[in-house]
Design a protein around this ligand. Structure first.
Ligand SMILES: *Cc1c(COP(=O)(O)O)cnc(C)c1O
Length: 399
C-alpha cells in the first residue's frame, strides 16, 4: 500500500528514492533504519481498534500473510522506483509471476507471450495453463510483426520480458504495449534483467511490471523475493489473490531486499558499465565465437534497446569456440565468479543455460530456442572490470 510520501520522492532520482522510499519517520522505536517486524499477527489494545484496522478505517496490520510493516517499506520503494500507483510483494519472482497470471486468466482466455521468457515462466505457459483451458501463443521473441499480429487476434494478457534470458533478445515494448492497449489486454513486463534503473515499462505504457527481487533488486544473493507494481486496480486484485493463496514475502527477506535496494542505482550503473566493457573485450577475443549484449552495436536488438533502455544491464552471454568440455574447463578455471544459477549479485556469477535459465529444457528444446550448448552466461558483479577481465582471459586460456 502506498504511504504518504511526505518527502516528495515521486519526483526525485532513483538513488534518492532507493535510500528514502517508504521510510516515513518516525519509524517504530525511533529507529533510524527499518525494523524487521518479525511477527505473524498484530495485537490490539481493544476490539474496536482491531476492527477499525481490519475494516481499513485506521492504519494497522492484522496478519503478515496480508500485510507487514517491513514488507510495506520494500513495496513502497519499488512502487516509487517503477513510477507505479501501487505495488505488492511475493515470496519469490515465480510467485509474483504465477499469482499475476492466475489472478486474471480464466478458461477460454488467450495469453500472448514470446518464446524466450524465463525458464520457469515458460513452464507455466507450456505445462500449467493449457490444462486449465487457457490458450497460449508464444511468438518468436524478435519478430515484432508476428507479435503484433498475434495480439490483434485478442488476448486477456500480453506478457513481455526484455532483455531475454540468456541470449539477451529485445522486445519492442512501445509497439507490443500499444497493440495490447488497442485490444484491451493487460500488458505485463518482467523487468528483472533491466531493473528500474535502466528501463521504465510503466512510462512506456505497461499496466503491470514485475521482478524477481532475488536478482538485481536485492542484489546480494541472500534473499528470495518478487514484486509486482502498476495500476492500482489491477495490483489490488493480485494482492487479494496473494493474501488468500499465501505466497507472501517474509519480514526478514523483505529487510534484506530493502537493504540491498538502497544501493541499486550504484550497483546497476557499475554492473552495466562493466558488462558493456566486457562484451566489447570478448567481441575481439580469439576463443569467443559470439557475444550477446544489447549494448553492442552489432546486437540485433541494439536499436530497440537504445530507444527504451538508459543502460544495457549487467548480464551478457557469449559462445565459446570449442565443445562442451572446453566450456566446462573455462568455467572451472574462473576464480572471480561463482558457478551458480542466479544473476544480479554484487559477486560475479557464471553459468550455462543447462544449469541456469533453461535447466528444465532438453538439449533439443534449447537448440530450438537458438541457445548454443557452448553458451556462457556472465552476470557482472561490482568488482573492478580489470580484475574480472583478467580472470576471464585466464579462464579462456583453458578452452
Ligand atoms: C530468476 C528470474 C525469475 C524467477 O524469480 P525467482 O525469484 O527465482 O522465483 C523470473 N524472471 C526472470 C527474468 C528471472 O531472472
Amino acid at each position: 500500500m502506498p504511504s504518504a510520501d511526505s518527502k516528495g520522492l515521486a519526483t526525485k532520482h532513483a538513488s534518492t528514492i532507493a535510500a528514502w522510499g517508504g521510510e516515513e519517520t518516525p519509524l517504530a522505536f525511533g529507529a533510524a533504519q527499518v525494523p524487521i517486524v518479525q511477527s505473524a499477527p498484530f495485537a490490539y489494545a481493544d476490539v474496536d481498534g482491531w476492527l477499525a484496522a481490519a475494516q481499513g478505517r485506521s492504519e494497522g496490520h492484522i496478519y503478515s500473510r496480508n500485510t507487514n510493516p517491513t514488507v510495506g517499506v520494500f513495496e513502497e520503494k519499488v512502487r516509487l522506483l517503477e513510477g507505479a500507483e501501487d505495488a505488492t510483494a511475493f515470496a519469490s519472482g515465480m510467485a509474483a509471476i504465477s499469482n499475476t497470471l492466475f489472478t486474471f486468466l480464466r478458461p477460454g482466455n488467450r495469453i500472448v507471450s514470446t518464446t524466450d521468457t524465463y525458464g520457469g515462466t515458460s513452464k507455466i505457459f507450456l505445462d500449467f495453463l493449457p490444462p486449465m483451458g487457457i490458450v497460449v501463443d508464444l511468438v518468436d521473441t524478435e519478430d515484432a510483426d508476428a507479435l503484433e499480429q498475434s495480439i490483434r487476434k485478442g488476448a486477456r494478457i500480453v506478457y513481455l520480458e526484455t532483455p531475454s534470458n540468456p541470449t539477451l533478445k529485445l522486445v519492442d515494448l512501445r509497439r507490443a504495449i500499444a497493440a495490447a492497449k488497442a485490444i484491451g489486454a493487460i500488458s505485463v513486463v518482467d523487468n528483472t534483467f533491466a531493473t528500474p534503473i535502466n528501463q521504465h515499462p510503466i512510462q512506456l505504457g505497461a499496466d503491470l511490471v514485475l521482478h524477481s527481487a532475488t536478482k538485481f533488486l536485492g542484489g546480494h544473493d541472500d534473499a528470495m523475493g518478487g514484486v509486482l507494481a502498476g495500476r492500482r486496480e489491477l495490483v489490488r486484485q493480485v494482492y487479494h489473490y496473494r493474501e488468500i493463496t499465501g505466497a507472501s514475502l517474509g519480514a526478514f527477506a523483505a529487510y534484506l531486499l530493502l537493504r540491498g535496494l538502497k544501493t541499486l542505482d550504484l550497483r546497476v550503473r557499475r554492473q552495466s558499465e562493466t558488462a558493456l566493457a566486457m562484451a566489447r573485450h570478448l567481441l575481439a577475443h580469439p576463443k569467443v565465437d559470439a557475444v550477446f549484449y544489447p549494448g553492442l552495436e552489432s546486437h540485433a536488438g541494439h536499436a530497440i534497446a537504445a530507444s527504451q533502455m538508459s543502460g544495457f544491464g549487467g548480464v551478457l552471454s557469449f559462445a565459446i569456440k570449442g565443445d562442451f568440455e572446453a566450456v566446462k574447463r573455462c568455467l572451472n578455471a574462473t576464480k572471480l565468479a561463482h558457478r551458480a544459477a542466479s544473476l544480479g549479485s554484487v559477486n560475479t556469477l557464471i553459468g550455462i543455460p543447462g544449469t541456469t535459465s533453461h535447466v528444465e529444457c532438453t538439449p533439443e528444446e534449447r537448440a530450438r530456442l537458438g541457445i548454443p550448448e557452448t553458451l556462457v552466461r556472465y552476470s557482472c558483479g561490482i568488482e573492478a572490470f580489470e580484475d574480472l577481465r583478467d580472470d576471464l582471459d585466464m579462464a579462456l586460456q583453458h578452452v
